[in-house]
Structures are given as structure tokens and as C-alpha cells.
Write a protein that binds this ligand. Structure first.
Ligand code: G6P
Ligand code: MG
Length: 220
């Protein structure tokens, strides 16, 4: 019996995934790594420093930058990203997500946030969703990011639920892997080819309703 939902933020609740991609593309161009849609997909859900390492590696530049220079590049990316998210308002919640979150509350499900983004609290505030979650996993407290299961295990803990009672909601392949390894049910939103490991797949946020989830779960 499912009793709680653990949500990723970027690309699930709001379309900040595109802002992360825009800011990383600038860094990629600066270091001379070719920006591709595949690289963009691979970076989804990945924490800040690991994302930078992946961008450097994709272009064969991993040995060209000192730790200090890497910190600078990551700071620059975040500076650009923070600028891009300044204008977020509750209107930027993805289609259907507010209704879905409200229906979860009405049906007494618990909700947790499982984002590795250090910017998650300010984004939730701008979307007017801070009070919608029982708990937020603090990314600063994590040893490993997605695809490691740690963040989704912690999300179940903040809801005081066993993992098998939790559905994790993700737009990223790394996130789906994290959910599956945590022993939860994975719900992927997006391209079925990229999210093929997900237990339940929805093409977009509008289609995600409690009814549709129940139907897919009995069909499985
Ligand atoms: C999320 C996003 C990633 C981002 C990461 C860290 O997982 O999907 O694209 O790199 O958070 O975000 P931050 O805001 O801390 O740089
Ligand atoms: Mg995401």
C-alpha cells in the first residue's frame, strides 16, 4: 500500500531543468566541450560538481583545470542559474502538478522533496509550495548524489515510511535508478526510451493523476 510520494524538483514540479541546461551549456562552450542533447539528458539530476566533472570529461578536458578553477566554473554556473530562476512564480508550476499535489494531500499521502539542488528551498518558496512537503532532504547532508539510492532512502525516512510504501517521481534516468535501488516504486515523467527503467511512465506532468497511477499499478 503506497502511503507517500518523494518528489524530484527540477523538471518534475517546475521546468528549471531547462535553466540548468542553459547555464551548463555556457560552461561547456567555455571549456570547449560540445553541447549535445545526450549530455544534457545525462546531467539531469546530477549534483553540481559531478555535473561539471562530466562536462569536462565529455570533452576530454578533465585534467586541464585545478580544483580552484573548477570551483570557479561551478560558481559561475550557479550565478547564471540563480539569475535565471529569479522570475519564478506559482505560475511556473508544471501543468497538472499543483492539482496532483493537492489531491495527494486530500487523500492523506505524505510528501517529501528529494532534490540534490542547493537552490531547492528558494525555488519551492517562489512557487508557493514550501508548506506542501512534510520533509525536505538536505542535499548538504548526502554522501552521494543520484544515481546512488541515499537521497530516496532519506526521503522515505523523513516521511517515516518504509521504502516499499513510497513512489518516487522523477524526470531523470539517474533519479529513476536511485529510486529503484532504494526499493521504492519509480514513476518517470518524460521520454520512455530514456526512462525505460521506471516502473510507471508518463509522457508529461499533465497525465500524472492518482487515478492514472492506480490504473498503471494494477496493470503491471
Ligand atoms: C538537480 C538538477 C541538476 C542540478 C542539481 C544541483 O538535480 O536536476 O541539473 O545540477 O540539482 O543543483 P544546484 O542548484 O545545487 O546546482
Ligand atoms: Mg529532475
Amino acid at each position: 500500500e503506497i502511503s507517500g510520494f518523494a518528489f524530484d524538483l527540477d523538471g518534475v514540479i517546475t521546468d528549471t531543468a531547462k535553466f540548468h541546461a542553459m547555464a551548463w551549456q555556457q560552461v561547456a562552450e567555455q571549456v570547449g566541450t560540445k553541447w549535445t542533447s545526450q549530455l544534457a539528458d545525462n546531467l539531469k539530476g546530477i549534483d553540481r560538481m559531478t555535473s561539471l566533472e562530466m562536462i569536462l570529461k565529455a570533452g576530454g578536458h578533465e585534467t586541464e583545470y585545478s580544483d580552484t578553477e573548477k570551483e570557479q566554473l561551478a560558481d559561475e554556473k550557479n550565478h547564471n542559474y540563480v539569475n535565471l530562476i529569479k522570475t519564478l512564480t506559482p505560475d511556473d508550476i508544471l501543468p497538472g502538478m499543483l492539482d496532483f499535489i493537492q489531491s495527494l494531500h486530500q487523500n492523506h499521502y505524505k510528501l517529501a522533496l528529494a532534490s540534490v539542488s542547493r537552490n531547492a528551498p528558494v525555488i519551492l518558496e517562489r512557487l508557493g509550495l514550501t508548506d506542501s512537503f512534510e520533509g525536505i532532504v538536505d542535499p548538504a547532508s548526502l554522501k552521494l548524489g543520484k544515481p546512488d539510492p541515499e537521497i530516496y532512502i532519506r526521503a522515505a525516512e523523513v516521511m517515516h515510511l518504509d521504502p516499499d510504501k513510497v513512489i518516487g517521481v522523477e524526470d531523470a534516468a539517474a533519479g529513476v535508478t536511485s529510486i529503484n535501488k532504494a526499493g521504492e516504486t519509480s514513476l518517470g515523467i518524460g521520454d520512455a526510451k530514456i526512462l525505460h527503467e521506471a516502473n510507471l511512465i508518463f509522457a508529461n506532468t499533465k497525465e500524472v493523476t492518482l487515478q492514472a497511477i492506480k490504473e498503471k499499478m494494477t496493470a503491471n
